[in-house]
Design a protein around this ligand. Structure first.
Ligand code: SF4
Ligand code: SF4
Length: 306
């Protein structure tokens, strides 16, 4: 038997670890994989032509949330990710519905052209104060200067994202930044961002971890070990520390009749982590059957916002 082959047993015969759902803290909604840019290290491989995950509709989101409730699962908050969510033609309606019920929504965006279209900006401005209060938009800015950011995302993208951030802040949206450490000292990186925020006069606190989330490089190990039930004790970790203990994601595969629920944001294409279209398996324990489970989550400390 090969490593990571059997759902419950590791190649050496030990019991494979699994992660039960403790509580659905965040339901991610993948709006589709199309993106206006093609970043060098996009984990979901989004590009202007990758439509492996289609645009999810307002009705599909609403039906899925009702389906989850029918099975006794109510998300405490929602996350919206893509691709670039503002490319989804239903995004304003989806936001309106989720925020209308007093929901908390975290939306990940590059704040570039898709956000900066007149009808999207008008739709965002039309949100009520209460809806705006529930919404946080986290914009990716890979570094405090254009060099690394544009190398990753294309020439001119730093300036374009900065103009989107400016618009969001000017119109009173809670805006946070997703940055990267690039293997540098965190204190130094925060100082660099603080200088940028001061220069731009942005009211974002670079010392605050949620206002400026800094992500380490996600380096895939070439031959990670399998995670057995004994590993929790050896590593002094709990399954409750792993993001599939508190999150799920809705995806709509190209050609599918409707959305599926998947175990995590990292593995939307791997059908072994698909929990079906009926929403009844939301609380199924997730078998750690992918090398990324080991290298990113159990050994690397990945987070659902990574
Ligand atoms: S902006 Fe985000 S979704 Fe789009 S290619 Fe870059 S990392 Fe991927
Ligand atoms: S990659 Fe991480 S979050 Fe996803 S199923 Fe594996 S352990 Fe869970």
């Amino acid at each position: 038997m090969q490593k990571f082959e059997h759902p419950n047993i590791c190649a050496d015969g030990a019991d494979r670890a699994s992660v039960p759902l403790k509580h659905l803290e965040i339901l991610w909604i993948n709006t589709g994989t199309l993106c206006n840019i093609a970043c060098a290290n996009c984990y979901i491989e989004s590009t202007p032509i990758n439509d492996r995950l289609s645009y999810i509709t307002r009705d599909e989101v609403a039906r899925s949330i009702t389906g989850l409730a029918h099975h006794g699962v109510s998300p405490a908050s929602f996350g919206i990710t893509g691709g670039e969510p503002f490319m989804n033609p239903y995004i304003l309606e989806i936001l309106h519905d989720l925020l209308g019920k007093g929901g908390k929504v975290l939306l990940l965006s590059n704040a570039m052209k898709p956000l900066q279209r007149p009808h999207i900006m008008a739709g965002l401005k039309a949100l009520s104060d209460a809806q705006k209060e529930g919404l946080t938009i986290r914009v990716s800015l890979d570094d405090a200067t254009p060099n690394l950011h544009d190398k990753e995302r294309g020439a001119g993208s730093f300036a374009m994202s900065c103009s989107g951030i400016e618009w969001l802040l000017h119109h009173g949206f809670q805006t946070t930044i997703a940055g990267r450490l690039w293997n540098r000292d965190e204190r130094l990186v925060r100082e660099n961002y603080a200088a940028l925020f001061a220069e731009k006069n942005w009211s974002i606190d670079a010392r605050h971890r949620e206002s400026l989330m800094l992500f380490p490089e996600m380096e895939e190990e070439t031959d990670p070990p399998e995670i057995t039930t004994a590993c929790w004790g050896i590593l002094n970790k709990s399954p409750n520390d792993i993001m599939c203990s508190n999150s799920r994601m809705l995806v709509k595969r190209a050609g599918a009749k409707g959305p599926s629920l998947v175990a995590c944001t990292l593995l939307p294409y791997d059908e072994r982590f698909d929990l079906g279209e009926e929403m009844g398996k939301a609380d199924q324990a997730i078998s750690l059957q992918h090398p990324w489970c080991a290298s990113f989550c159990v050994l690397g400390g990945g987070a659902c916002s990574a």
